[in-house]
Design a protein around this ligand. Structure first.
Ligand code: UDP
Ligand code: MG
Length: 314
């Protein structure tokens, strides 16, 4: 039995038909499944659409968050609730084509892969700047962590064993794509073309993507701290040269000509110190968040299909 996990945030216009499409593909391929749909605090009519789904179809489990906790939290809730022999995660806007699910399942069941990863073969509609930003981010992430996430997506199949291991990772601030790559296991990548969104807009804005980039790198690597240490050492060497020059100027009677150097140094060192403090601050705030130990999400409501309850594995 396969658990299909769908995070939903304000998708009222398309969620019903999208789930119908997923179901017909799964039924067509005779795949026994449960659908776990997480409403990540939608403010539109998504929850009532989801309830309609649970009334119309069997094997649907709905979880409703008390507010918007973000897609990462929704994925956590899905994985923690899933009882299938494998979990498939895909976006509810179907930018991840569900037609690939049967092939993913075949690779898992027949060829023994424990993780099947969807890799973006084309990136869909995106601006040139978006593409450049994504490429730069992948390069940086790879350099800092040694994990290659180029064109990775959240469209994945995970064996139950992998999900169990994933559950033992205790961090509250999760980055699913990175964590699942970090776990290892026997994996295979399948390229898929990213589909166009039929309804609504992407929830990502440039600032939120920038935040995710900083967050994910600092969650996975201490390299930014090493970089600022290196910067400090570089500045110290520069300093030694300047001290020599300043002393020389003083003893040769030209001490007043150093005004430009002083301004450059004050501004340069000032900004280096500020950036370094900012980076250290990010790590401290992460520690603070982890130490508080708050839950990753709060479920305010749950609903199951009335037609037939989900058969749990014993
Ligand atoms: N999503 C979510 N919580 C959020 C934002 C998004 O659960 O806070 C869901 C959204 O409903 C969709 C998926 O995550 O199913 C991907 O979101 P989106 O399409 O906005 O991102 P993109 O495809 O642009 O990466
Ligand atoms: Mg999308």
């Amino acid at each position: 039995m396969i658990s299909i996990i769908l995070p939903v945030y304000n998708e009222e216009k398309q969620i019903y038909v999208n789930v119908q499409r997923i179901r017909s593909i799964l039924l067509g391929a005779k795949i026994k499944h449960q659908l776990i749909i997480i409403d990540d605090g939608s403010t539109d009519g998504s929850w009532s659409e989801l309830q309609r789904l649970a009334e119309d179809f069997n094997n649907v489990l709905l979880l409703k968050f008390s507010r918007n906790f973000g897609k990462e939290a929704a994925l956590c809730a899905g994985l923690e609730t899933a009882t299938g022999d494998a979990c498939v995660i895909l976006d509810a806007d179907l930018q991840h084509p569900p037609e690939y699910i049967p092939e993913m399942i075949r690779l898992w069941r027949d060829e023994g892969y424990e993780v099947v990863e969807g890799i973006k073969a084309t990136r869909g509609r995106e601006t040139m700047w978006g593409k450049i930003a994504a490429l730069t981010y992948y390069r940086l992430f790879n350099k800092a962590t040694g994990i290659n996430l180029t064109n990775a997506s959240d469209f994945k199949l995970l064996d139950q064993k992998v999900v169990e291991t994933w559950k033992t990772l205790k961090e509250k601030d999760t980055f699913f794509r990175g964590m699942s790559a970090w776990l290892g296991y026997k994996r295979i990548q399948i390229p898929f073309p990213v589909q166009e969104r039929r309804e609504g807009k992407s929830k990502w804005s440039l600032p939120s993507l920038f935040k995710l980039a900083i967050d994910s790198i600092t969650s996975f690597s201490a390299m930014p701290l090493q970089i600022i240490t290196g910067l400090g050492i570089g500045l110290l060497l520069f300093d030694v040269v300047l001290v020599g020059q300043t002393l020389y100027m003083k003893f040769s009677g030209q001490a007043f000509t150093g005004f430009t150097t002083v301004i450059i140094l004050i501004l340069g060192i000032g900004s280096c110190v500020m950036i370094s403090l900012g980076i250290i601050g990010i790590y401290i705030s992460k520690i603070y968040d982890e130490v508080k130990g708050r839950p990753r999400y709060i479920i305010s409501e749950q609903k199951k299909s009335v037609l037939k309850t989900i058969r749990r594995k014993i």
